[in-house]
Design a protein around this ligand. Structure first.
Ligand code: CA
Length: 232
């Protein structure tokens, strides 16, 4: 059975285009045109992800998000924020949203975020349960419990940071990470001066280990001028 995405948005045109694209990707959809209905559907239908607009009739997106978290819900919530409202991103995250995307958004990016957030949730579930903890991409298999990498069944020796970088990128394919983000996520510190080279060098080393052709990478790809992303 497909994953279900709840769309909480009062602009019908946006609801329709989201619905169309999500269904085309195999998701089931639920729609709510106001915050109260959104909250009710979230509670009764247990969706796998919620796309939540901020400005909504009856109850705004921040309040819906905060109410769900207070009630103990761990469903991934992706807030749809207005580009000019920088504060919305912060409010959304503080209210417990997992991620946000600014309007107007590219459908491709939104679908990648939906996929990534649902996948991260299944990954988290796998890490909690006794099931196999594997991340697979093409010929690559990352065993998250043993912290090992194999390519076509052959072990690949990677350093801790190479491993962390690989898991970060493969966990949300298509999601572009800037060097700054990778520094903070993988190295857990902020960027200072030439430290950014660290990311490039680690990417290069990792590519030499896992790619068939490091000059034309398939697993760790470059988004020119933006950063790196895991291939799909
Ligand atoms: Ca709205």
């Amino acid at each position: 059975m497909g994953n279900t995405v709840l769309i909480v948005e009062d602009e019908r045109a946006i609801v329709e285009i989201l619905k169309f694209n999500l269904q085309r990707e195999g998701y089931e959809t639920l729609e709510a045109l106001d915050g109260e209905t959104g909250l009710e559907l979230a509670a009764t239908r247990d969706p796998d992800l919620i796309l939540l607009d901020v400005m909504l009739p009856k109850m705004n997106g921040f309040d819906v998000c905060a109410a769900l978290r207070r009630a103990g819900s761990t469903v991934p919530i992706l807030m749809l924020t207005a580009r000019e409202e920088e504060n919305d991103k912060v409010f959304g995250l503080e209210a417990g949203a997992d991620d946000y995307i600014t309007k107007p958004f590219s459908m491709r990016e939104l679908m990648a975020r939906v996929k990534a957030n649902i996948r991260r949730r299944s990954l988290d579930a796998a890490l909690r349960g006794p099931a196999e903890q594997l991340l697979r991409q093409g010929e690559l298999t990352v065993d998250l419990s043993a912290m090992t990498v194999q390519k076509a069944g052959v072990p690949v020796e990677v350093t801790q940071k190479e491993y962390d970088l690989l898991v970060c990128l493969l966990s949300s394919p298509g999601r572009v990470y800037s060097r700054e983000e990778l520094m903070s996520k993988v190295w857990n510190y902020s960027y200072f001066g030439d430290d950014m080279r660290t990311v490039d060098v680690t990417v290069r080393r990792l590519r030499e280990k896992i790619e068939d052709d490091p000059g034309n990478p398939r697993y760790i790809r470059t988004k020119r001028g933006a950063g790196y992303y895991g291939g799909e």
